[in-house]
Design a protein around this ligand. Structure first.
Ligand code: SF4
Length: 359
């Protein structure tokens, strides 16, 4: 339950950002670039002595994030969103492809250069109790990165910690509180303050609001938008909540079984989804007005086992409009005339796909 410690404003979510961001902004140097990145694991099919197989958690993903912009990764659980974010931050070794941050290669090298780069690339999780040490006052935890890197005197560190507490909408006395004395929303604000203390250029937010009450979710989303405008920080935002994704994103990538199947601005993607999988996800977004309610599109079955990814289009086992060719021919992620990108043989930019099964 929230206490009166927070000063953040209304529970309503701010209007959407300007949707001018594109996956690759013309004339802008991308801050973060992932080029055909892959993460494959060798696994046993059954027990210790079963035949080995390759699990392709991420399989040829490319994207760019511009400074001060938000790219969201969406898709069902297990589609590879979180693994993609960890690869992009150099927290997991790549099986292939390359990541560059501000023009420099990113890799899980764990050396001095990696630690320096990590100051500018931060990660925020949904589990705030797991992210914070319950034995240490939150103020100390916020300024701990400054102590570790020897930045500033103790007085300067405390002043910076206090300034960030204020920036995330918490009162000064929270500095001396312990994590268990705070609500979930307040702890997420503390985690954000700690992520910001080293002035990062990009924060990967992995389901940052999933564990919060609905009313608090809106406050934290408003805070993330406000912090982006104040500090020009970019976000790689992971969420299964498409309503929130639409509000916070400048670009959205939809993932299915380790690959991006659709990629574009939120306005284009939510207004006219092209891929049958995206159409089903978008149709499931709740709308307040019954007059604007969409016909819910249902997908049959669960996603296939990632160890046995179907041939051709990986989605063909669940796609209501699959053709025989979809079983053998893998659709590439290709750009439509308006720059929107889709991996589907039937996508031509008019969303004129045959109707899918309606609930
Ligand atoms: Fe469906 Fe075929 Fe398009 Fe895949 S390529 S999404 S199976 S129509």
């Amino acid at each position: 339950m929230e206490t009166g410690l927070e000063t953040a404003g209304s529970a309503g979510v701010s209007p959407a950002h300007d949707a001018g961001g594109t996956p690759a902004l013309p004339g802008k140097t991308p801050l973060l670039e992932a080029d055909n990145i892959r993460r494959h694991f060798r696994v046993r099919r059954s027990g210790w002595f079963g035949a080995s197989a390759t699990l392709k958690a991420v399989d040829g993903v490319s994207f760019q994030v511009a400074p001060g912009r938000t790219l969201s990764l969406v898709g069902e659980s297990g589609c590879g969103k979180s693994t993609t974010a960890r690869l992009a931050l150099g927290l997991l070794p790549l099986s292939g492809g390359a990541v560059r941050f501000a023009g420099e290669p990113v890799g899980a090298t764990y050396d001095a250069a990696w630690r320096l780069q990590r100051q500018r690339l931060q990660l925020v999780f949904q589990d705030t109790m797991g992210a914070l040490d319950r034995r240490i006052a939150v103020g100390r935890q916020i300024i701990e990165p400054l102590e570790i890197h020897g930045i500033g005197s103790p007085a300067e560190q405390r002043a910076q910690g206090m300034a960030l507490l204020d920036a995330v909408g918490l009162k000064p006395h929270v500095f001396d509180r312990y994590p268990h004395e705070l609500s979930g929303g307040q702890r997420q604000r503390v985690v954000l303050a700690r992520a910001l203390i080293l002035k990062p250029q990009l924060i990967a937010c992995d389901e940052p609001i999933a564990a919060l009450d609905v009313s608090i979710q809106a406050q934290v989303i408003n805070l993330l938008i406000d912090l982006q405008e104040r500090f020009n920080v970019a976000y790689l935002f992971i969420s299964h909540d498409l309503k929130v994704v639409r509000q916070i994103s400048h670009a959205v990538a939809v993932m299915y079984l380790g690959r991006i199947v659709e990629h574009g601005t939120p306005d284009r993607l939510f207004r006219q989804p092209e891929h049958p999988y995206t159409r089903a996800l978008v149709s499931a977004i709740p709308v307040a007005s019954p007059a604007r309610a969409r016909q819910r599109l249902l997908l049959s079955g669960d996603p296939p086992n990632p160890v046995d990814v179907p041939t051709g289009c990986a989605f063909h086992t669940r796609c209501p409009v699959a053709m025989p060719a979809c079983r053998t021919q893998t659709p590439e992620l290709r750009a439509l005339p308006d720059g929107h990108r889709v991996a589907c043989h039937l996508a031509h930019g008019d969303a004129g796909l045959p109707a899918t099964e309606a609930a």
